[in-house]
Design a protein around this ligand. Sequence first.
Ligand code: NAD
Length: 486
Amino acid sequence: MQEERSDYHGVYIDGEHRDGVETFDVENPATGGPTATVAESGERGVDDALESAKRAQSDWAAMDPSERGRLLRRFAETIGDHADELGELVTRENGRPIGQSKGFAASAADYIEYYAGLTTKIEGETIPVPGNQQAFTRKEPLGVSAQIVPWNAPLLLCCRGIGPALAAGNAVVVKPAPEAPLGPLKLGELATEVGLPDGVLNVVPGDGVTTGAALTDDSRVDEITFTGSVSTGQTVGKAAIDNVVPTALELGGKSPAIVFEDADLEDAVEGAMKALTLMSGQVCFATTRIFVHEDRYDGFRDALRKAVESISIGPGAENPDLGPLVSEDGLEKVRRYVDEALENGATALTGGEAPDREGHFYEPTVIEGAADDVPISCEEVFGPVITLYEFSEEGEAIRRANDTEFGLYATVWTNDLGRAHRVANEIEAGSVMVNQYSGSYPQTPFGGYKKSGLGREKGMQAIDHYTQLKTVNIEYGDASDSALDG
Ligand code: NAD
């Protein structure tokens, strides 16, 4: 059990909060000051969480799937009922405007609800084989799923993974990011409140190199879902290979938008504005490179500048258009990319510096004149920064949009149906949106081409990821009719 302290949040194991090996402060990005103290799980907490998850998993998997679905539906409902409180927690820790945080908390509930409906639909197949045999497949849970979550959308990303994992009969241990553990810890509490068995969902806050690695390296883990940067994903992927367990890697992006000459400019500008302001551009699928046809370039550029100059900036709790960046390190990184681009001949159409105020704020920024192969055009900036490029031919736009090591998401703005299909087919990305930005639901698979990731989350596919396939072949007549193969 944890000690009583104000604004102190313990590790969540086996249906209760516990103290960790030490504590750390969570910072409010709008002020740079501490907003809560959290227990660091460390290896001891990971050990306890895995023991607890292992104990709980077999009964959870054996539960009548309708009952498992009912419990998950109740979990979804209670997350929805607590959306305001969850949203406030997340805004305190990652700085996101409160309207966005509450909206994302409600969307997190949608993921659990979607997968609650699938518990009774995890079906195998019958397979035609010769003679008096009945061959069929069963989709069985993997066991204990370890889920490593980043700070930018902690509730939604937790629920995106735990929804299908729990629905399929796995137990889950979540390791939230040290910047944003409060929302995920609250999810653990809510799971217990609605009657999920103790140990089915444990939450172990802490840093990556001790708590995170203790979890991913442990041989009791049967699956690893990781959402975060490419370099950490590579480390986690190696841990999964060492233990020979399946892994889903949801990594970074450098998403292009292509605005064709026949596009609705107003809609395209609105899409760019969403990309800039959603979590201050600290989103894996943020549109960061916009290729505009030469005939519309000036019109798009002027409309975007006007729109960006109207963006309000402030602490997330005041629900501005744009909140702060998550940390001083994040702010420094954005500053470095923009300064380097400006020093090398690019220009800032608007923004381009950090305002002189408390907290980790950066102005919404639009850059022009950067070459395709400089860092701001190729690497994840993770801030409210968009770079504009001009093109003249469809093929050229596709080639330049694809010229990156990432392939998570892309947007195409056109009113030509043939072109929409052609370009969507040619773009190297796991998701392509036409005439809209975002457009993502629990039922639509999501994941990366190239270095943006491995595997797909969301949709029915996620159930396949969180299950293993068993083939059963029953002989019910003369054994001589059966064949041994492999
Ligand atoms: P990060 O890789 O630094 O950290 C992600 C998580 O991994 C954190 O919980 C961290 O504590 C943990 N971690 C760090 N080192 C670890 C280790 N050795 N072993 C185990 N865990 C470890 O990423 P971040 O800065 O928190 O998040 C931003 C990145 O996440 C961006 O690249 C963004 O594009 C990506 N992202 C991807 C998606 C997606 O769905 N593809 C969604 C959101 C964010």
